[in-house]
Design a protein around this ligand. Sequence first.
Ligand code: FAD
Ligand code: DLZ
Ligand code: SF4
Length: 507
Amino acid sequence: MRLVLVLGDQLSPNLSALEKADKTNDIVIMAEVGEEAAYVPHHPKKIAFTFAAMRKFAAQLRDDGWQVAYTRLDDPENTGSITGELIRRASEHDAAGVVFTEPGEWRLITALGEMPLKTHQLPDTRFIATHADFEAWADGRKQLRMEYFYREMRRKTGLLMDGDQPEGGKWNYDHDNRKPPPDAVDFGGPMSFQPDDIVAQVLDLVEVRFGDNFGTLRPFWFATDRGSARRHLAHWIKRGLPKFGDFQDAMLDDNAFLYHAVIGLYINAGLLDPLDVCRQVEQAYRDGDAPLNAVEGFIRQIIGWREYMRGIYFREGPDYVARNGLGHMRKLPAMYWGGDTKMACMAKAIGQTKAEAYAHHIQRLMVTGNFALLAGIDPAEVHEWYLAVYADAYEWVEAPNVIGMSQFADDGIIASKPYISSGNYIHKMSDYCGGCAYKVKDKTGADACPFNLLYWHFLVRHRDRFEGNPRMGNMYRVWDRMADDRQDTVLADADAWLAKLDDGAPV
Ligand code: FAD
Ligand code: DLZ
Ligand code: SF4
């Protein structure tokens, strides 16, 4: 008899550990433990989602004939860690060893490998690319550009292929997907679910144990089982997908979700299968219900970006999260944990994150991420923040997005140039600036948008590193054409603004 570990983000009936196990003999181990809930101060909605989905998955496994040993957080015997629970259960059942599917974080892979038990780790087959596939693609390449990897994944899955050619003649329709915000959004947002008894019990537990964490627990509306997650997906495909592409990069003050799918949390926890999601989305295109730019854009996020990020995380190894290629050392400002800020865009992106454990890609990349990069915040602190606050955050996907794509701390493995912008980009893609205490058109002075000041400050600070980058030469040429006294004012205003930030003054 062996133990079969199922983690909180492995809630899939086709999990390799379950497929390899013997239902009549082996015992499934699931555990709500303090260590997983507290290695970063997770958003209460994320913890509640995880525990509720775990409890429902355990019930489903029992219905399917599995023997499940489930530890609740408040169980008096709870040892507080995954390894502690495995050791306890192994002696309780006199188990010969533990079978598990590779976890999504090096932290846990290492801990499981060091246990005084016989272990057998299986690959996570819920992804399209195996580690070997990614290595084979990456080996010998000077640059690991997502676009080329994505084409391999299109060929491998056959998604949006017309023979050996891409559907419609082009691999990528991104240039159609950058429209500014619409006047009105004709999609009501993600499907929401009333808490049932299991969810209600979990919410009470989380409120008591994690009520002080950053984040609002109620109202809680996430799906917590496969059936509900599938209904949520079908609803979005019908009503949200058609305009997903057009407004993918737009941001609106009174609409947190626009046309986004809000499915990262369900796919990452195992409630939805990524390939199945993509096939349903492709079908909508084949049926004439959604345009190619929306469908291709969405499928690229899943079989392109999502798989590519995972490939990088496992290729780069456990030290990836500690990288700090630009030597940024500033502490994460209090505004990230809900402290006051006069910047309307930051207040919105962070406030929405606090309310929903969600922000869409451009809010993460071009508002909170852009600000952290321009202000020179320590990427390790930025990484911990993102890992804590989003319901879809697990290190394998969060770290490459934050350390690599957003903070350029991996020295350009993922991004060919840093994702930075002045206030102008945010102004173009959102309606935030109209209600801001700062003026987006002001480049200097007390009211100048901080993104305008910090943009130049960043470029000047890192001139040695970036001036030779062919995609950034223009930026330096604009700076060099500026009058000397104007340059001095911009840098002095930026320094003064950063000093106020460091003093904890309201900025
Ligand atoms: P949609 O916009 O509707 O996109 C559909 C799906 O595509 C997502 O659910 C996701 O599965 C996938 N996807 C899109 N972009 C990416 C990407 N860059 N990397 C991986 N998958 C992608 N995504 C996470 O799943 N977990 C994270 O912890 C995470 N942290 C991020 C941190 C930063 C700084 C940035 C810039 C991006 C991060 N992303 C992360 C990627 C992306 O922002 C989220 O996947 C997306 O916002 C989730 O919302 P959605 O389901 O509505 O996505
Ligand atoms: C995110 C999370 C939380 C909050 N709690 C648990 C838990 O109590 N038990 C568990 O098995 N998993 C939990 N998870 C998900 C794990 O942190 C996740 O499996 C690892 O980080 C690997 O990706
Ligand atoms: Fe953000 Fe600047 Fe616009 Fe204010 S003016 S919302 S700080 S971009």
